[in-house]
Each structure stands twice: as C-alpha cells, then as structure tokens.
Design a protein around this ligand. Structure first.
Ligand code: PAF
Length: 294
C-alpha cells in the first residue's frame, strides 16, 4: 500500500531504514518506474516526491500545459512497490515567494542552461529543498536529463548533502523516442520527424563504437539524421563538467535538443571510452506501448 502525504514532516514521520528518494514532477512513465524499481531493490523505504516545480519553468505556457494526474501516478507507484508519495502543493513548498536560488556555475552554463535561463537554478533549488526536507540516503535520477544529473551531483557535492546520487539509464518508447511526460503532447504528424533525433544519436554511437573519436565528426553524424528538425544544439560534452569535448577521451554524453511543434525534446547517448574501444549506452527500449498513453 502506498501512503500519500502532502508535507515533508509527514513524509519524515514515515521514514525508516535506508531511504531512497525518486524526485519527480509526476505523470509517470516507464523511465520514472525504472528509477522506483531500482530504489526498491536497493533501499528499505522508497519515497517519491511529486511536485511540478514552477521555479524551473522558463515559459508559463509550458508550466500550464504540463500533464498532471496524481491519482493515476499513485496507482502506478503502488504497482512497483513505492512506500510513500509526497505531493506538496505550491503553498507548502514555497510558503513565501522564494528569493533564494541555488546556482551551480559552469555545469549549468551550456545547452539547456543557456537556452532556458533560470532553469537549472530552479532545479537545484528544489532538489536542495527535497534533500534538506526529506533527508534521503540515496536519490535516483534518469540519464535522460544528463545535464540535470551533472548539476545535481555538483550541487550535492558543494553543499555537502549526505546523499548518494544515483544516475540510471534512459528509457525509450518502442519506436526509440526517449520517454518524457511531454511526449503525450507531440502532434502525431510530427512524431516521425521527431525520430530523427534518435536516428542521429544512434548513428553517432555506431561511429564512436567503430573508432571515431573526433567530437565534430560525432556531432555531424547526429546532425545529419536530424536534418528535418530545427536543432537547438548537438554537443559532445564531458559527463561531469558539461564542457565541450573536441575528442572523446573521457566519459561523455552526446546531447541533442530540438523544438518539435509545441514541445522541446532532449535526448542523449552516453559514451565511455575504455582501453579497447567505446561503450555506448543507448538506453533501454520498451517492447510495448508506454503507460503514458493509457
Ligand atoms: O527531472 C525532473 O522531473 C525535475 O527536474 C526534478 C528533478 C524532479 C526537479 O523538479
């Protein structure tokens, strides 16, 4: 049975043993469920936070259109053994207009940070509040938001939170599109075009695995397949520092973003060079339709 509460104090009152937190903005898909399952396997108690954080939205229309259904989400969380969902309202999370922001310099500067001013400060601020208020031992984040993962890791290190940040593989829909709650808003006629993002990343991953190390060649491969899309960026970056890499000579991710109709899509492949080659983590792929469309 999953307990639903709305305050940090109530959540803490239920806390027991090693607590694994999965921070979310709700409207769950298999990406979220995979984080919850991982936490279930590694922790005594699994907590999920469910809060659409206004601080991290740079466009009011995007915030207003963000899909929400708490009861659906609690049922899905229960299906994977989550102990507690904490779903604070905006008034509980921000009782007064917050003027404090946690900014993570450097890691936040490129890509999403450059295109969505204030976005990562909003993310880092709310995650810091979740860590302080819920006091988890571990917190689980998807590699779909690879730059966010780097920001959260650095914030956790700099502020000294005693939380182990666990990065988990991205999950793709059956056609390859990276799972995102926003996918329900992709106009059907643009879906095929959106898949160019995935095709480009897979082509670049193939190239890296067959020996290509030049950042510009890997980026060009990703761009070529996505030629029908208006790309915001294609960048090969250091996985921890999020600085641009001219050569794939350390753990990295190749990230892409594009506006597809009313929504922005982001995606990436994780590339890890080793002595005898490169391992590309393309993410897991569903063999059925996502729960997003139920
Ligand atoms: O990835 C998300 O869903 C959000 O950015 C997070 C980490 C829950 C913070 O609001």
């Amino acid at each position: 049975m999953t307990t639903l509460v709305s305050t940090f104090a109530e959540a803490r009152a239920h806390s027991r043993g090693r607590v694994g937190l999965v921070p979310t903005m709700g409207f769950f898909h298999e990406g979220h469920l995979s984080l919850m399952e991982r936490a279930r396997g590694e922790c005594d108690m699994v907590m999920v936070s469910h809060f659409v954080n206004p601080l991290q939205f740079d466009r009011p229309d995007d915030l207003a259109a963000y899909p929400r259904d708490l009861h659906r989400d609690v049922a899905l969380a229960e299906s994977v053994g989550v102990d507690l969902v904490v779903a604070p309202g905006v008034a509980e999370m921000y009782p007064v207009e917050p003027v404090t922001r946690v900014t993570v310099a450097g890691v936040s500067d490129r890509m999403e940070g450059a295109l969505r001013p204030g976005h990562f400060a909003g993310v880092a601020t709310v995650v810091a509040k979740l860590f302080a208020g819920l006091r988890p031992d571990r917190a689980y984040f998807g590699r779909k938001d690879a730059q966010q993962l780097a920001v959260v890791r650095r914030m956790t290190l700099d502020l000294g939170f005693p939380v182990e940040v666990v990065g988990c593989p991205l999950v793709r829909e059956a056609d390859g599109l990276a799972l995102s709650s926003r996918n329900v808003r992709i106009p059907p006629e643009l879906r095929e075009r959106a898949l160019g993002l995935v095709g480009g990343l897979m082509a670049a991953a193939d190239l890296a695995e067959t020996g290509e190390r030049e950042g510009s060649a890997l980026e060009a491969a990703a761009r070529e397949e996505a030629s029908e899309l208006e790309l915001d960026y294609v960048e090969l970056v250091d996985a921890a520092e999020v600085t641009r890499l001219a050569r794939l000579d350390r753990p990295a991710f190749l990230a892409v973003a594009a506006q597809v109709g009313p929504i922005r899509l982001i995606d990436n492949v994780w590339l890890e060079p080793a002595n005898d080659g490169v391992t590309a983590d393309r993410g897991a792929r569903l063999d059925h339709q996502s729960v997003l469309y139920r």
